[in-house]
Structures are given as structure tokens and as C-alpha cells.
Design a protein around this ligand. Structure first.
Ligand code: MG
Ligand code: ZN
Length: 223
């Protein structure tokens, strides 16, 4: 029997993540790792951003799901290059999966690559994919207590997007509390509020992401 410590696996992942980042940098691709619970609205957010950019950025998408390709089909319908990763049970993406998926994309023709991670607030926090920014999505129906229960995912993120703001009156979600929690965990992280199906708040987020892509001002996430 052989026991491989989780620490060793994470170290190997970090090495491949650095290789991914070097490859993305060489091709001029800015990469965003989008994380959040199942059903928090990640794909709807990506659709809204793509519509907002309207072809001004050469966007590509990697979709991570345990099974199926429904999200990739939604991105494909917008005419955007997309690769679906099926993790076949794994509850997060890792750097090796991204390295393989990136081979199916024309990186030289891409400015911005959005990686929609598997819906999960836990172990997605531990796996650097080689991205430049990590953005965590939190819908108002999940509750503002998620920042207290799952601090690591917020700690390592550059921005938090509160989604489904149009549902706010039907929940007990406290926006100010969530933003205060973010500031405690990640003082430099930005907070955005969107109602993606109504297109509200999308322009501000799209503008910020485009500025990050253009300037690459954000420091790399430390693991
Ligand atoms: Mg999705
Ligand atoms: Zn996992």
C-alpha cells in the first residue's frame, strides 16, 4: 500500500499551475478562475459578461462539471470557443485538467480565458489552476454566513460577486454583512452586486475585469 499525502498532491498541482500561468502569459491570455456553489449563477454571469463585452475582447471559456455539457452548450450558443471538462466525480478542477483543456483552445487568439470551476466552495480553494485572478460568486439565496463557514475560498479571491440581487427582498441576506466579511478576509478584494438575468451590475464587473486584463495590476494569489 502506498499513501500519498494531500500536501504532496497540492505541491505537484502548484508546479503545473505555474507552468500553465507561464504558458498563458507567453500567449497573452489573462485567466479568471470563477468559483462558487452549484446554482449560484456562475454560467449566467459568464453569459452576461460575454454579451456585455460584445466581441471587444477575444474570450474563451473552460467549463468544469462532474458530468454533462449543458453549461458549455450555453457558451457555445453565444459563438464563444469553449471546452468542457468532465471531472467524472472530482469536485474541483486541478491544474493538470486545465493544461489538457487549454490544448484544445487557440491561446494566441485569446485575450481572456474564463474557467468556470466545479460548483464547490471547499476544495476549489486549494487548487491553483494557473489563473491570474480568482473570483468567487455568492448568490443572495445562499446566505451571508458562507463567508464565516468557508473562509478560505474568500480569503484567496480577488473579487466577490454577489448574484441574484433581484431576489434580495425574498431573502434574509445582508449585503453589508457580506461585504464586511470579505474585507476582513481579503482586505484588497473588490465586491460587486449583480442581477445577471436583468443585466444589472454586469457593466461594472465587465469593465473591472477588462481593466485587469489590460493592466494585469492584481498580484498573483498566494497559495
Ligand atoms: Mg454553471
Ligand atoms: Zn474537490
Amino acid at each position: 500500500m502506498k499513501i500519498v499525502a494531500a500536501k504532496k498532491i497540492l505541491k505537484a498541482n502548484d508546479q503545473i499551475a505555474e507552468e500553465n500561468r507561464a504558458r498563458f502569459d507567453a500567449a497573452g491570455v489573462f485567466v479568471v478562475n470563477l468559483v462558487g456553489s452549484p446554482g449560484c449563477g456562475k454560467t449566467t454571469l459568464v453569459e452576461g459578461l460575454i454579451r456585455q463585452w460584445g466581441g471587444r475582447l477575444a474570450v474563451a471559456v473552460i467549463e468544469g462539471d462532474i458530468a454533462g455539457s449543458v453549461d458549455a452548450e450555453r457558451i457555445d450558443a453565444l459563438g464563444i470557443p469553449v471546452v468542457q471538462i468532465n471531472t467524472e466525480g472530482a469536485c474541483h478542477l486541478d491544474a493538470m485538467m486545465i493544461a489538457a483543456a487549454a490544448r484544445d483552445l487557440d491561446l494566441e487568439a485569446t485575450n481572456l480565458l474564463i474557467v468556470e470551476n466545479v460548483g464547490n466552495l471547499v476544495c476549489t480553494a486549494g487548487f491553483d489552476l494557473g489563473e491570474h485572478l480568482r473570483v468567487v460568486v455568492l448568490s443572495v439565496s445562499e446566505g451571508d454566513d458562507k463567508l464565516i463557514k468557508y473562509p478560505a475560498i474568500f480569503q484567496g479571491s480577488h473579487a466577490m460577486v454577489i448574484t441574484k440581487m433581484d431576489l434580495l427582498p425574498h431573502t434574509n441576506f445582508r449585503v453589508a454583512e457580506a461585504i464586511a466579511g470579505l474585507k476582513r478576509l481579503a482586505p484588497d478584494a473588490r465586491a460587486f452586486q449583480v442581477a445577471a438575468l436583468r443585466g444589472e451590475g454586469i457593466a461594472e464587473l465587465a469593465g473591472w475585469l477588462a481593466a485587469q486584463q489590460a493592466g494585469r495590476r492584481e498580484p498573483r494569489r498566494r497559495s
